[in-house]
Ligand binder design. Structure first.
Ligand SMILES: [Zn+2]
Length: 254
């Protein structure tokens, strides 16, 4: 099928998604037309080992349905993926001795997304490993912080039909230091494990390792990891754009 740019522009969102699906290596992996090392599978998700792992045991959690970016994913599926990611995280701690995990999604071109199929990465971490996931401590003043709070709070509340949190009109004069993550790398990594926002000096962060190991039973694996690796985990070329999934297709088909 030879598609021109014009053809693609005329397609409906559903047609675009079908076309992406045909071109998506991960859809082929999920359908088992391409072999992979599956570590978990059910009717909604497939979890496979990344063939270019950031650390050994690096898991890619894929929705079985093809979605490019998170806004397309139904809420209940997104929530389900979060729950599965938690158990995958528990599993790498229990089974392969990870001391922690980094759970991330590259959501959109600007975030470095390369594959057109949305996924969560669950990356086993060890103290001193060479993975460069360290958030640069940017600078921002109180006034700007307040402005971002003011911009974000009503939009987030609206998404849930909730009452927005109250945002002061001006920066309070006697203001305690706000929570932030400007601390050294170790603390940032520990914080990455935290399920909730807390104070930077949260004493619970110190016991994170213990808590990770005390977590409840991971979900049962249903798939034996017998099959050889696929040739690649990520298609080259165009990747997702949060606003325009058409860009994934233009020049992206091999
Ligand atoms: Zn796909």
């Amino acid at each position: 099928m030879e598609l021109t740019e014009e053809d693609i522009k005329k397609m409906s969102p559903e047609q675009l998604r079908q076309l992406q699906k045909q071109q998506c290596i991960f859809c082929h992996i999920i359908a088992k037309r391409v072999q992979s090392k599956i570590v978990y599978e059910d009717d909604k998700v497939t979890a496979v080992l990344d063939i270019n792992p950031a650390n050994p045991g690096h898991i890619l959690l894929l929705p079985k349905e093809h979605y490019s970016v998170s806004p397309q994913i139904p809420d209940d599926l997104m929530a389900y993926m979060g729950m599965i990611a938690k158990q995958l995280s528990n599993a790498v701690v229990r089974a392969i001795g990870a001391e922690g995990t980094t759970i991330i999604a590259a959501n959109g071109l600007a975030a470095g997304q390369r594959a057109s199929h949305f996924m969560l990465h669950v990356i086993p971490r060890k103290e001193g490993d060479k993975i460069g996931i360290m958030l640069p401590p940017g600078e921002i003043d109180d006034k700007q912080m307040l402005e971002f709070q003011r911009l974000l709070a009503p939009v987030i509340a609206k998404a849930f039909g909730a009452v927005p949190v109250e945002v002061p009109k001006e920066v309070p004069v006697t203001k305690k230091e706000a929570p932030h993550e400007k601390s050294p790398q170790k603390k940032v990594e520990e914080k990455a494990q935290e399920p909730e926002k807390g104070e930077t000096e949260d004493p619970e962060a110190k016991t994170e390792k213990t808590r990770l190991q005390e977590n409840e039973e991971p979900k049962e694996n249903t798939e034996t990891p017998e099959s050889p690796s696929p040739k690649e985990t990520e298609p080259k070329g165009k990747s997702a754009n949060l606003d325009d999934i058409t860009s994934l297709l233009l020049g992206g088909g091999k």
